[in-house]
Design a protein around this ligand. Structure first.
Ligand SMILES: Nc1ncnc2c1ncn2[C@@H]1O[C@H](COP(=O)(O)OP(=O)(O)OP(=O)(O)O)[C@@H](O)[C@H]1O
Length: 248
C-alpha cells in the first residue's frame, strides 16, 4: 500500500473533526473521497501529504515522492508555464536546461501549445493554469499524488478533458492517487474506488468499487445512484437530475 490511514483522528480548537478514518490507496489506483462541505476531506488530504499531523491513529506513506494539486493552481506568478513545471525538477537537483527539456512534453501532454509555454500564469486562462498545475505534479514522477478539487472552478468541457487526462496518467504511470471532490459525476468518472466520508467526527462510512463508465448515460446513472445515498444528498446537486436531451 502506498498510503494507508489506520484509525486516524484529528481535531481543531478542541473540536473533533475526524473520528477514526481508515483508508488505503494502492499503486495504480485512483481513490475518490466524497462528502459534504466541511466534513473533513481536505483535512484527510493534508494528513495524507504530511502537512498536518494526526492527533491519533497512524498515517503510513510508502512513497518517495508525493505531489499535491489544489483547487487554486498556486503557480509562481513571475515564472513562465514552462519554468513553473521545470522548477519542480530543479528542486530535485536537475540542471535548468535538462529540467526544461523534460517539462515541455508534459505541458504538451496536458494540452498547452508551444506558444503557451513562455506565458506567465496571468496570461493563461484558468483552464491552462489547471493544466500547468497537473503537469507540475506529474513531472516529478510521484509515487503518490493528492488532488483537492483541482477542477472545481472550471467549466464542464474543460473538466471532462482534465478528468480523462488525469485518469489516463494514473493508469499509465502507476501512481497512487487520492482525489477529493464533491462533484458526483466527476467522482464516478475517475474512481476505481469511492470512499464516502460522513459524520461529526467523520469516518469513512462506505467504500464502493466503481465500474468504468463507458458512456455519458453510465456516468449519470452511477452519479444518480450515489446521490440517493442519504449522506450524499446534500452534495448531489445536478447529479440528482440528469439533463434532459432536447428533441432539437
Ligand atoms: N486549521 C484549522 N483550524 C480550525 N478548524 C479547522 C482547521 N482546518 C479545518 N478545520 C475545520 O475542520 C472541518 C473540516 O474542514 P475541511 O476543510 O477538511 O472540510 P472539507 O470537507 O474539505 O470541506 P469543503 O468541501 O468545504 O472544502 C471544518 O469544520 C473546518 O472548519
Amino acid at each position: 500500500m502506498r498510503l494507508s490511514f489506520d484509525g486516524v483522528t484529528w481535531g481543531a480548537e478542541g473540536e473533533p473533526v475526524l473520528g477514526g478514518v481508515d483508508l488505503a490507496v494502492a499503486a495504480g489506483e485512483l481513490v475518490v473521497l466524497v462528502g459534504r462541505s466541511g466534513v473533513g476531506k481536505s483535512t484527510v488530504l493534508r494528513l495524507a501529504g504530511g502537512l498536518t499531523a494526526p492527533s491519533g491513529g497512524r498515517v503510513r506513506r510508502e512513497a518517495r515522492r508525493v505531489a499535491m494539486v489544489f483547487q487554486e493552481p498556486r503557480l509562481l506568478p513571475w515564472a513562465s508555464a514552462l519554468d513553473n513545471v521545470a522548477l519542480s525538477l530543479s528542486a530535485l537537483g536537475l540542471g535548468r536546461a535538462a529540467a526544461r527539456a523534460r517539462a515541455a512534453p508534459w505541458l504538451a501532454r496536458l494540452g498547452l501549445s508551444p506558444r503557451d509555454l513562455a506565458k506567465r500564469p496571468a496570461a493563461l486562462s484558468g483552464g491552462m493554469r489547471a493544466r500547468v498545475a497537473v503537469a507540475r505534479a506529474f513531472v516529478i514522477e510521484p509515487d503518490l499524488v493528492l488532488l483537492d478539487e483541482p477542477f472545481a472552478a472550471l467549466d464542464l468541457a474543460l473538466r471532462r478533458d482534465l478528468q480523462a487526462i488525469t485518469r489516463g496518467l494514473v493508469t499509465e504511470t502507476g501512481v497512487a492517487a487520492l482525489f477529493v471532490t464533491h462533484d458526483l459525476p466527476e467522482a464516478v468518472r475517475l474512481a476505481d474506488r469511492l470512499m464516502v466520508l460522513d459524520g461529526r467526527p467523520a469516518r469513512v462510512v462506505a467504500t464502493l468499487v466503481q465500474r468504468p463508465c463507458e458512456t455519458l448515460a453510465d456516468v449519470w446513472e452511477a452519479a444518480a445512484a450515489l446521490s440517493r445515498r442519504p449522506e450524499l444528498a446534500a452534495i448531489a446537486g445536478d447529479a440528482a437530475a440528469p439533463p434532459r436531451v432536447s428533441p432539437r
